[in-house]
Design a binder for this molecule. Sequence first.
Ligand code: SF4
Length: 483
Amino acid sequence: MATEPADTSADKIRCDACPVMCYIKPGAAGACDRYANHDGELVRVDPHVILQRTVSHGGRLVPFQAIGDWDGKILQGSSTIITAIGAGTTYPDYKPAPFIVSSEVDGVDMVTVVTEGIFSYCGVKVKIDTDRYLGPETATVRAAGEAVGHVTTSEYGSQMLSLGGVHHLTGGSKKEGRVTCDTLMDLSNCKAVELTIDGGSTVVVQAGHAPIVNGVREERMRVGCGSATIGMFAKQWQGKIDEVVVVDDHITGVLSEHQAGKLLDIPDTGIKMKGRRSTPGRYFQVAEPGTGWGGTNISDPLAILGPFDPKTARPGTTLLMVSTTGEHAAYYELDDGLRPIEKEMPASLKQSVERIQENCEPALCTVLFMAGAGGSLRAGVTENPVRLTRSIKDALTRVTSGGAPVYVWPGGGITYMVDVTLMPANAFGYVPTPALVAPIEFTLKLSDYAALGGHMDHVRPLSSIRDNAEIRQRPRTLPEQRG
Ligand code: SF4
């Protein structure tokens, strides 16, 4: 049903909601499937979404869904939130935003300005809770073979990807821009996307779900680095085992040498670690990164040990080797030649491994949509755009995206991030420039809106928003937490 933007024959109407300027024939939709020609009238295809908090459910969680017939009354409550989803776009932005809606909240006249922003400057930051090695920092991340982003610095227990951005949307081939746009939209709409990392792994990412690395679903996020794990569990190991090594690609911990072991008077065992000693009981680079024990490439933990020091070590010394998630663990005793021999793990040590597992949180993928709304979009709100920016910095204007709270970066512009799992389903669209379409709402006092040069002659009451509106329950928790 998509219409070629340049076809100008009769009966067609021209959409001016984005720079593509489609000519749309009767009964058809434009190139983005967001606008259509309905009996000669340009209409926004999706319903305008209005949210209502589910206060009547006693804290029980209700996923997004339409709630059927609307009697037109529930918009009067202060728990109603006008979103920009389905509201439409203003392009070029000197036009007022599609909906500038006034309402009274706790006796104060408020106004919410909503628009579906077209974002060429946008992307997603992806946090993937896994120890498994996804790829080297700065490595290219691909979708369908096209470069869509890169690996960025790891966080504690998570690997991070930075995807999209104006460079991939506009600076590469046409296909790269299209695939980047599709990838961003799918991730932002909480769909699963397969990504491959140059020199690394293949990972399936879906916001609010466990990552799947090289076909294996990740279960747990690490309890901490190897050193932290030693600190957390040292007392539980005291008296039950002579030595513990927590294998970690970043910081492997050794109980007898670690400060925790010293304070608990755990004697030296003569253990020798490979890798680079950082501080006592903390070792870097014991192996190469990988998808084995503790995010290393090893499957045999003894590979990171040198020979035990015969001056200190004694036959019968007991050794537990465990990964940072407790997923891998093995128990050894030194034989007469001071070689570690694997034995069945005593029950008390199994409990400690289970305790590590118990303290690991479920591994999830988190997707934050990030975009810059500090450009022309502001003109749809006020005739003096910089005043909107200042009003946000001064905390007079609240920014939301699809009703979800956003984090606005300090500094210039209105660069914001939002957790896509807090937004209604399918809140994101696209235009083939290519760019993402995302909802954004600005809420402030009506008097402040007038003061910043708002389009006061376009303010309309909340009760007027009824045609083509869809009312949904507002989600308050992540999908994985829903009962
Ligand atoms: S791509 Fe969509 S918004 Fe842009 S002109 Fe065509 S129909 Fe309108």
